[in-house]
Design a protein around this ligand. Structure first.
Ligand SMILES: Nc1ncnc2c1ncn2[C@@H]1O[C@H](COP(=O)(O)OP(=O)(O)OP(=O)(O)O)[C@@H](O)[C@H]1O
Ligand SMILES: [Mg+2]
Length: 254
């Protein structure tokens, strides 16, 4: 396994019921360091299950998942916990702590994992990450419940960035948002990727046009396998029937 790839997956299979049905059925996937990859596919094709394997939250039934050159299968739980600090994750609902302010939410992981830092330094880092996510200072002391949907996303992103992750994971960051907010979040992902030099971004999305707009590397999953990996133009010129259907449907939506 090389270090040229942020993530390397070899023949990953996963069944939840002791072997009969495979949700992931032989995934081979290499995600280059520094790339922005979008994973697309119909609902239930295993996208979230795949992300959970990258984080080591699920164990493969067969196969290997390597993150930053380390094979997760051979890691102890304590090393897995350390490796998870290399990830920043933004879930669909931003998953903020409701009873902590925006600033406290972002400071939380820094406090947890960098205990040696003085409190004032932690606040400074949290403020920097919030500014980087486009959050205005006037919102720093608000509770998540007092924020608009877009602001909550920015706060969630700032928290995902808190520990300077090598890899940023976004699971359906725009599902359920209106078109204007969707575009804002897409741009935020792109800008963040460009600002975080050398970091790798992986976005799971239903939105094909966004995938084409932000992704250099697009991966389509189907029935637990990689159907096609390539550039947006590889997708547009593909003869595969399922890819064509997905592309036609995606193009019609806009
Ligand atoms: N913990 C689990 N136990 C059993 N089955 C599971 C578990 N997690 C996921 N699955 C099954 O794995 C399949 C893939 O689920 P997954 O959540 O990865 O889909 P997805 O591609 O992310 O879909 P969506 O686009 O709707 O989010 C589904 O059939 C789901 O029911
Ligand atoms: Mg999912």
């Amino acid at each position: 396994m090389t270090k040229e790839f942020a993530i390397e997956i070899k023949d990953l299979r996963k069944s939840f019921d002791g072997g009969k049905e495979f949700v992931l059925n032989g995934i081979n996937l290499s995600i280059p360091r520094g790339s922005l990859t979008v994973i697309i596919g119909y609902s239930g094709t295993g996208k979230s299950v795949l992300l959970k394997h990258m984080l080591g939250l699920l164990k493969p039934t067969y196969g290997h998942v390597c993150v930053l050159g380390k094979d997760l299968v051979s890691l102890q739980e304590s090393d897995l916990v350390k490796l998870r600090c290399s990830f920043g994750v933004l879930f669909q609902n931003a998953a903020l702590f409701d009873d902590l302010t925006v600033l406290e939410n972002v400071a939380f992981p820094i406090h947890e994992h960098r205990r040696y830092l003085p409190a004032a330094e932690i606040v400074k880092i949290a403020e920097k990450k919030l500014h980087m996510s486009g959050m205005d200072t006037k919102h720093f002391n608000k509770l998540p419940g007092e924020l608009s949907g877009g602001m909550r996303k920015r706060a969630g992103l700032a928290r995902a960035l808190a520990l300077d992750p090598d890899i940023l994971l976004y699971d359906e960051p725009t599902t359920g948002l209106d078109p204007i907010l969707t575009e804002m979040v897409d741009n935020l992902i792109l800008e963040t990727h460009q600002k975080q030099r050398g970091s790798t971004s992986i976005v799971v999305s239903h939105d094909l046009m966004a995938a084409f707009r932000i992704g250099e590397n697009v991966v389509m999953l189907d029935k637990g396998k990689v159907l096609l990996q390539g550039t947006p133009s590889d997708f547009l010129s593909s003869d595969l029937e399922l890819v064509r259907k997905f592309v036609d449907k995606g193009l019609k939506k806009r």
